[in-house]
Design a protein around this ligand. Structure first.
Ligand code: NAP
Length: 273
């Protein structure tokens, strides 16, 4: 797959990090290209990665096996209308990372049998620590699925969902999820300061604790409940805190927050559809 012809429409943050990840994993430089109307974005991408850049989308996508749509949702309709004739034959797989743009709306502009994959990545992809979920429409063949998986794996972990609608749940979990952890960190730092620590000390201890806990949860061979049990001695300090979280219904708060995010994702998709 390392010589698959991949074109990016939009040369912003997400495109740059995926391109960086692909090059680091050994993808051929000559097989990657990108288009962006904004000269500084093109120049920045060309100078940091060395890939070919174009000011016209159709020049970048001609002959590509995969076209990655990495533009903001607001410009997607214009981009698709402009590319529809170039993408008509041969049909590459279209991999969209734009939030809320449905497969049906892309196919309505590109032709009903266009192979479309929708992806919801998240911001840690910028550090190659992303968590992405993908959904393939019915015209996507196995080799195209593998290619999409290969591309997103260059910036982190990848999961497939069976129904497009599940991407709303993905948005509520991993798409918006980094902000939930930032909020939890803010709250823990504030509480540490309230308990008498200086802000720098509270901040470092909270962030490093989050990193350590996340790595333990991924690298340990025991489940989360057991990991928690092992640091919760009966009658001890952790148990006092966990009991307070449970009696304050932390799980209900998280469930309501994620349901609100999923509802909003569905509303936004309906508005843009
Ligand atoms: N960043 C994330 O973590 C994240 C997470 C999940 C999903 N996404 C989705 O990923 C997509 C890209 O996000 P991003 O953070 O990479 O955005 P970004 O940095 O703004 O990149 C988008 C790029 O597309 C360019 N562009 C605008 N109109 C264009 C056109 N007609 N043809 C080609 N390129 C055009 C923009 O140029 P200008 O700057 O001149 O407008 C910009 O350079 C968005 O749809 C976003 O919803 C991002």
């Amino acid at each position: 797959m390392q010589n698959a012809q991949i074109a990016f429409v939009g040369a912003g943050n997400m495109a740059s990090s995926i391109i960086g990840g692909l090059l680091d994993s050994g993808h051929e430089l000559a097989a990657l290209r990108a288009a962006d109307p904004y000269p500084p974005s093109r120049e920045n991408l060309a100078s940091t990665t060395g890939i070919a850049v174009f000011d016209t989308n159709s020049d970048a996508v001609a002959g590509a096996e995969v076209v990655i749509l990495a533009v903001k949702p607001q410009v997607m309709a214009e981009v698709l209308d402009d590319l529809s004739s170039t993408l008509a034959q041969p049909r590459p797989v279209i991999l969209s990372i734009a939030a809320g743009i449905t497969e049906a709306s892309m196919q309505a502009r590109l032709g009903g049998s266009t192979p479309v994959v929708r992806c919801m990545p998240n911001t840690p992809a910028l550090l190659r620590l992303g968590a992405s979920a993908l959904h393939a429409s019915e015209y996507v063949v196995d080799q195209q699925r593998q290619l999409c998986q290969y591309i997103l794996s260059a910036v982190g972990e990848v999961k497939w969902v069976d129904q497009e609608q599940q991407l709303d749940a993905v948005t509520a979990l991993s798409g918006s999820g980094p902000a939930y952890f930032f909020l939890m960190l803010e709250a823990m730092i504030d509480a540490g300061v309230e308990l008498g620590l200086d802000p720098d000390t509270a901040s470092l201890l909270a962030r490093q604790t989050a990193l350590g806990a996340a790595r333990m949860s991924l690298e340990s061979d025991v489940d989360l409940v057991e990991l928690r049990r092992r640091v919760t001695s009966p009658g001890g300090t952790t148990e006092a805190a966990i009991n307070q979280f449970e009696s304050d219904k932390l799980r209900d708060v998280v469930q309501r927050a994620m349901a609100a995010a999923a509802d909003r994702a569905a509303e936004m998709a309906a508005d843009m559809g």
